[in-house]
Write a protein that binds this ligand. Structure first.
Ligand code: SAM
Length: 290
């Protein structure tokens, strides 16, 4: 197959290219060595998720060995000062899964940061403090309901940032937050901006949808803001090409359009790619959907 599934101009000479191809073969065959400044992805988690084409259930050792081969393919394409952001979650009764994956990938890379992607959080009015002026307690975001008297609901996932030597400089303020306490005014004036580092807990809820088949036709996505924050954190001035080997319905491609960087994605399922291409086209139009 020598033509991409889609090659979409996204403005200012930038392009999103989507390949209907296996992640490892695609990266090996389509991308030159050290070409990708950022790889941002979420692989299958081996939790039996009902994807359209891929069977998400194999013996753990086989799964980890396969992710090892994905890491080797990323190792070849990632730039010297590149970042490999890997999103993965577990499930309450298998909490080691993300860490088993991190260990496997960590054979080739240094684990520079661990981000907790918080999908849902409850904030008591009292702990928010008076300055927040909350009228009541807050319970925000969504999680998958779990019937259990043993386990808490899984309300977060991980984003592991892997780099070659653990010394990639970040643009922390690109996703920074304003100082809550303005008595820190001296500090932020000295820094030249009323912003501080967001830290390693990122609250990014899914948007509410009415009909899955129409609004989010994929069983395991991340919101486009997740890869967007990864790209901005790495520093947009240092991103020429972003890659997602498991592009699904294209959240990372949408993020690349928002950030104005070139993008290449791979995916086994043509229907997911069709949705990804539609989202990328919509992102370019004014009045785009959220
Ligand atoms: C966790 S999902 C990624 C979802 C994506 N982040 C999004 O927001 O749409 C993993 C994806 O990997 C795809 N996949 C599984 N094995 C693959 C392979 N060997 N090569 C390419 N894609 C694969 C699945 O079809 C699935 O869409």
């Amino acid at each position: 197959m020598d033509r991409p599934f889609a090659r979409l101009p996204t403005g200012r000479g930038r392009t999103v290219t989507l390949w209907h191809e296996d992640a490892v073969e695609g990266m090996a065959g389509r991308l030159g060595r050290r070409r990708a400044d950022v790889v941002v992805t979420s692989p299958p988690y081996n939790l039996g998720v009902p994807y359209r084409s891929y069977a998400d259930s194999r013996p753990r050792a086989q799964y980890l060995a396969w992710l090892g081969s994905v890491a080797a393919a990323v190792d070849r394409v990632l730039a010297r000062n590149g970042s490999f952001f890997l999103n993965i979650g577990g499930r309450p009764k298998d909490p080691w899964l993300p860490w088993d994956v991190a260990r496997e990938v960590g054979r080739r890379f240094v684990l520079q940061n661990v981000v907790h992607w918080v999908k849902s959080i409850a904030i008591d009015r009292g702990s928010a403090g008076r300055a927040a002026a909350l009228e009541g307690d807050l319970a925000l975001g969504h999680y998958k309901p779990l019937v259990s008297d043993r386990y808490l609901h899984g309300a977060h996932e991980y984003v592991f940032q892997f780099t070659r030597r653990g010394d990639v400089r970040l643009d922390r303020l690109a996703i920074g937050v304003p100082y809550q306490d303005k008595s820190n005014v001296d500090r932020w004036q000295r820094a030249g901006t009323d912003k501080r580092c967001r830290g390693n807990t990122w609250f990014l809820p899914y948007s509410t949808i009415r009909e899955r088949a129409r609004d989010r036709p994929h069983p395991a996505t991340f919101p486009p803001e997740l890869p967007e924050w990864c790209l901005r954190l790495h520093g947009l001035g240092r991103v020429r090409l972003a890659v997602d080997p498991f592009v699904g319905i294209g959240a990372s491609a949408v993020a690349a359009v928002r950030c104005g960087v070139d993008f290449v994605g791979f995916e086994l399922d043509a229907e997911y790619l069709r949705v990804a291409a539609t989202r990328v086209r919509a992102e370019r139009r004014p009045g785009r959907p959220a």
